[in-house]
Design a protein around this ligand. Structure first.
Ligand SMILES: [Zn+2]
Length: 512
């Protein structure tokens, strides 16, 4: 080896040394760096960090369509299309919210106004003319609505920069996308898709297990970008859930930093003032409502109840609630039922109607060997759900899926207990819908037809409630207490009052 060569090799080694000593970025660092470039480019494309951070308030008017996926009167598509109209004014700096939302869909016609001012907030039911205080109000209650503007989604992602990762390339509507992920404070792994040409946000969403459709994505798509001052903002959005589109809206007006007067953030002051609902609902608990008749309240995050009856040699359960994001509610329900009535097999599960939040928890009962009792339409939808391939939902043994259907009426009885089931459909809420009547106890159990609010008040009757009340009269049942899947029990007198209030209100039947 001559000297020249040795010098050369030494020089090469010396040159190489710093990069050998410096740590090579590993796979997750490279993934972060790539994702960070995508986010930085997007922030630039939307108007630049300074312009994004300068958004203090916005006024957004929307008009749109709602698609009641698995929440329509019929189980099969086409799902009914309702309408939504909203005015949303948010001032993030002062912590102010004004939201006026009208929706009409599947037997329910709601007009709700929400006002939040710092740590004070109220919800106004514009049809019932009632004002309900919001427990622990904050502008952050409207995080989901704030994300209707992509700048807030980007800033949220920037705040969580160390959790950014490159996901890959994709195509949406024929356009190439760069996709990155970020871990949101609520522990959702969000995928953000950016148009590869414009770097504008096309979509954000996260994966979840849907009780009916299986592996699914809750997502929001943005479209029709336009220039508003220094910013690029969309002209509409599409919301995805339960395996498809649930809302499509057009931004009919969007203004930034108008600093709305404080007087804008106010609701009507002549409405009946109701009590504040609990900030967090009580945990699930069983209460005995008559001999061998129990109510499990507070399932699915505090919103759903289950009724069960201990017959001499078995248990009959009504309803298997599940959330949109599958959360093993029936595991908890089964444990509570077995604890309350030990040693008796759970022979029947009655499902009132096909909606995912009422029937979605059926899988665990099938595993128990329980026979499902429901209407023909719900049977069809469950059989379809049973075929959805999902690695996120519990496995379902199709051989064990046993469903018996009810035409108009079925009676379950032994020497001490009687439960009568009636299909009281068609109802604006569901074409086929079962109610359970316990003649000895004069108890009726229903789902979605009459719902007490979280603070226990009974709102004015919706179309679904009016139809329910008419069917009850036709059946001529002697009822003292109407229990429901949602909320506290209601007396027939309260039902009557709710219908009379509806008659006196400006909301007309069938105004969908
Ligand atoms: Zn329903």
């Amino acid at each position: 080896m001559n000297r020249k060569l040795i010098l050369c090799v030494t020089l090469l080694l010396l040159q190489a040394t710093p990069s050998v000593l410096a740590q090579q970025p590993n796979a997750s660092q490279r993934s972060y760096q790539q994702a960070r470039r995508v986010l930085d480019d997007a922030i630039e494309a939307h108007g630049g960090l300074e312009a994004l951070r300068a958004i203090k308030d916005f006024t957004l008017k929307e008009k749109g369509k709602i698609h009641a996926r698995f929440q329509s009167p019929a189980a099969e598509p086409p799902f009914v299309t309702g309408t939504s109209e909203e005015t949303l004014i948010i001032d993030t700096e002062r912590g102010f919210v004004f939201d006026d939302l009208k929706t009409a869909n599947a037997g329910f016609n709601n007009w709700i106004r929400t006002v939040i001012k710092g740590t004070e907030g109220q919800t106004f039911d514009m049809w019932s003319r009632t004002a309900t205080p919001i427990p622990n109000p904050s502008v952050n209650n409207f995080r989901g609505q704030i994300r209707r503007l992509p700048p807030f989604v980007l800033l949220e992602a920037l705040d969580r920069a160390p959790t950014l990762r490159w996901v890959g390339e994709d195509e949406i509507g024929g356009k190439r996308q760069k996709v990155i992920s970020v871990l949101r404070p609520d522990n959702q792994v969000l995928a953000l898709s950016f148009d590869a040409q414009t770097n504008l946000l096309t979509r954000y969403g996260y994966l979840y297990a849907d009780p009916i459709t299986g592996d699914s994505e809750i997502a929001q798509n943005y479209s029709n970008y336009r220039t508003v001052g220094k910013l690029k903002l969309p002209g509409g959005r599409v919301l995805y859930n339960s395996g498809g589109v649930i809302q499509e809206t057009e931004f009919t007006d969007l203004q930034i930093n108008t600093r709305p007067a404080e007087s804008v953030f106010q609701g009507p002051n002549d409405f009946e003032k109701l009590t504040t609902p609990p900030a967090t609902p009580p945990p699930p608990a069983v209460s005995k409502i008559a001999d061998d008749v129990y109510l499990l309240q507070g399932l699915a995050g505090g919103t759903h109840n289950v009724l069960f009856v201990a017959f001499n040699d078995h248990v009959l359960v009504i309803e298997a609630p599940e959330q949109i994001i599958y959360a093993n509610n029936s595991v908890l329900a089964l444990a509570k039922i077995k604890e309350t009535v030990p040693g008796k097999p759970i022979k029947y599960l009655v499902l009132t109607h096909h909606h995912s939040d009422h029937a979605g928890g059926f899988r665990e009962y099938v595993a128990e060997g329980t026979t499902i009792v429901t209407t023909a339409e719900t049977k069809k939808s469950l059989e379809k759900a049973a075929t959805s391939e999902s690695s996120l939902l519990p496995k379902l043994s199709r051989q064990k899926l046993a469903i018996e259907t009810i035409e108009k009426k079925r009676i379950f009885k032994d020497d001490k207990h009687v439960v009568e089931l009636y299909d009281i459909g068609p109802n604006p809420h569901a074409n086929e819908i079962l109610v359970a009547y316990l003649p000895k106890e004069k108890i009726l159990f229903q789902a979605d037809l009459l719902n007490a609010a979280a603070n226990g008040t009974i709102p004015i009757a919706q179309d679904a409630t009016i139809s329910f009340s008419e069917k009850l009269q036709q059946l001529g049942l002697s009822v003292e207490k109407i229990y429901g899947v949602h909320g506290r029990f209601v007396t027939p007198q309260e039902l009557q009052t709710s219908i009379e209030r509806r008659r006196a209100s400006e909301l007309k039947v069938g105004t969908n």
